[in-house]
Design a protein around this ligand. Structure first.
Ligand SMILES: [Zn+2]
Length: 273
């Protein structure tokens, strides 16, 4: 079933695409402004094993969920965070597979699955995964370190929506937090050196630490711009005015999304004022 790594490229809808010796992706056909080309459902399997670990079955898309369920016996399922494009299909997926579901947010857990503590390790037939709590995109976001097998496999970090394959992550205006997010990027910079980045949307990237640094620099750049805008326009300047000033380099169609980001940045700046 597994293809040799590199035989297919992103985006490959509906086909199991091998990315590393132990990680393959099934891309769901749910493209959109927030989901880029669609949700990446990651399927992790030790060489020669029939059992798999699934990260994020994805939205309620019967065809996609059936495809994921058909890849092998699902030893356990992990939800990276609460957003519907990662969790909506969980109930259907559990009916198809009987897999336990682990998630930080209790309502997504089932079958005895736990709450994903920072540093918790899962081992399935020689596959080794370590949980990193990486809040910021949402409060309940996790990433997973996937150990390499043998000298030619550097291993990977599954970053879900904390780091995407292209573009930047939007922090959830309800329970996202910029301070948490910057701390999480530091965690990924430390844990991700030389490891392949397997994101929740978009293509894989060669080095988690390198891309996490780019993300951190970008956030600090935007923060400086928002701080400067406030200095220029006064502390009571509204979100819309700040967006138009700071996001001149961004397509206006994305300004509503940028407004969430500015809200999160204002909260961060005010909490630290
Ligand atoms: Zn997502």
């Amino acid at each position: 079933m597994a293809e040799s790594p590199g035989a297919l490229t992103h985006p490959s809808y509906g086909t199991l695409r091998a990315v590393t010796p132990t990680a393959s992706v099934l891309l769901c056909h749910n493209p959109g402004q927030m989901s880029l080309d669609g949700t990446n459902t990651w399927i992790l399997r030790a060489p020669g094993s029939d059992r798999v670990v699934v990260l994020d079955p994805g939205p309620e898309d019967p065809e996609h969920l059936r495809r994921v369920a058909d890849v092998g016996e699902v030893a356990l399922t992990i939800a990276s965070h609460q957003h519907f494009d990662h969790t909506e299909g969980l109930d259907t997926f559990v009916k198809l597979t009987g897999s336990p579901v682990h998630a930080v947010t209790e309502e997504f857990r089932s079958g005895g699955g736990g709450g994903l503590e920072h540093g918790e390790v899962f081992e399935v037939d020689g596959l080794r995964l370590t949980v990193l709590r990486t809040p910021g995109h949402t409060k309940d976001s996790v990433s997973l370190v996937l150990d390499g097998i043998g000298p030619d496999d550097p291993g990977a970090v599954l970053t879900a929506d904390t780091i995407l394959g292209h573009g930047t992550t939007v922090l959830d205006p309800q329970d996202g937090d910029l301070g948490d997010y910057l701390d999480s990027l530091d965690v990924l910079i430390e844990a991700g050196v030389g490891r392949i980045c397997l994101p929740g949307h978009g293509p894989e990237l060669p080095d988690v630490a390198a891309i996490a640094r780019v993300y951190r620099d970008h956030r600090h750049e935007r923060l400086t711009q928002v701080r400067d805008a406030l200095a220029l326009m006064g502390p009571t300047a509204d979100v819309k005015t700040i967006v138009e000033h700071v996001y001149q380099d961004v397509d206006p169609a994305l300004w509503p999304v940028a407004a969430w980001s500015v809200e999160v940045q204002l909260r961060y700046l005010r909490e630290r004022a």
